[in-house]
Design a protein around this ligand. Sequence first.
Ligand code: ATP
Ligand code: MG
Length: 446
Amino acid sequence: MIRKFISRVFSRNKKTKSAQAPATIAAASHGIRRDRISSGSRRVCETLQENGYKAYVVGGAVRDLLIGHQPKDYDIATDATPEQVKRCFRRSRIIGRRFQIVHVHQGQEVIEVTTFRGDQGSDAKTDSHGRVLHDNMFGSQAEDATRRDFTVNALYFDPTTETILDYHHGVADIKQKTLRVIGEPKKRYREDPVRMLRAVRLAAKLGLIIDPAAREPIRAMAELLENVPAARLFDEMLKLLTSGYAVKCLTQLREEGLHHGLLPLLDVVFEQPLGEKFVMLALENTDRRVRQGKPISPGFLFATLLWHHVLTQWERIKAGGEHAIPALNLAMDEVLDSQAEKLAITRRIAGDIKEIWALQPRLENRSGKRPYSVLENPRFRAGYDFLLLRGEAGEIDNELGIWWTDFQQADGEKRAEMLLPAEKTPGKRRRRRKPRSTSPESPAEA
Ligand code: ATP
Ligand code: MG
């Protein structure tokens, strides 16, 4: 008890000593004017300040602006408590139980407002590997800055004065294109291993070099990611894959030794040459769409990442004597189950993934009424795009994709002419009568 008290006082003292005064950087030097941030985030800061609180745009948005990227959202940090924030805005909602944040609605925008958070020092509750379990204490602004992961993420922009408060030389690091961890990298990775993935993702996305001190321990510490809850890893992977720089991120993950054992999915991708070609094509495609501001679907993305795994299992089950469609159903379930432990793929996304896969053999049917019903399927477009990718990657003949492209564009008469005679339909096997031991519903009939 006494030891705990002494250590708490001691760590407080240490904290006060290490809390430096921030550098105040004027607009003339950093170049960001208030009209560069969204009107909603500006208004939220102004309102909080009018009510006597501190308020800054913080984190990713300031960093992205300094680098010349368009921020994807805005976070505000303030010394007002969540209740105080809520009182300042009519359209606002307190979110979360352990550490509350406030979502403030401004027109179409939702701005996340967070109260400065402190570090719990030696009182922090950790798991047996040192991962901090709760990060939920209010703190001073200096503590809030120190708690953040990288120096470039600890910048506070005040739209009223147009100054940036820089606690950890983040502006200089951005100029030098360096991603530097705040504090001792090994300690910070132990507290939260996801920071290693964030380092790779942010460096790849922003064209920064990971500082050697931050890079060096990653390989040896990669296994700590095994203790991170699946849902959190899934969120982070989704961010990485949809960042618009997925190819670069995955390449760098591999270089840093972060891909192995991290996600079974990535092992599969990197271990099969044909699979890798297919996945890289899919990711290049996704990156292009993201950078053009087009929507992308997580279902499609994961369907591509896991496809070659499905193909392998499908072949194996068919070789055991199962018919093609039931075998595919079994393979799909096996693959999704094998990922469930590490990737918390939601049920809805899993449903999308299966529909895309199940459409693949159906797209091989080019006779009778079948092509018409496939065309009516709500997921046809995704299934067709998937088919094109398979052709491009060399897994199947391009001819099938071209046929579907033409079939969609053709009028009624032309379509009828395009149909293949039933007996020549490739991929269709004569059904031998045989009692089925396992008979999941056939997607072809569904
Ligand atoms: P992105 O462009 O992907 O949104 P970001 O840096 O804004 O990148 P967020 O997850 O939105 O990432 O986090 C907002 C801010 O919160 C970060 O800039 C950083 O200051 C802080 N932060 C996020 N995750 C961590 C973490 N694991 N450890 C410490 N600080 C973090
Ligand atoms: Mg962000």
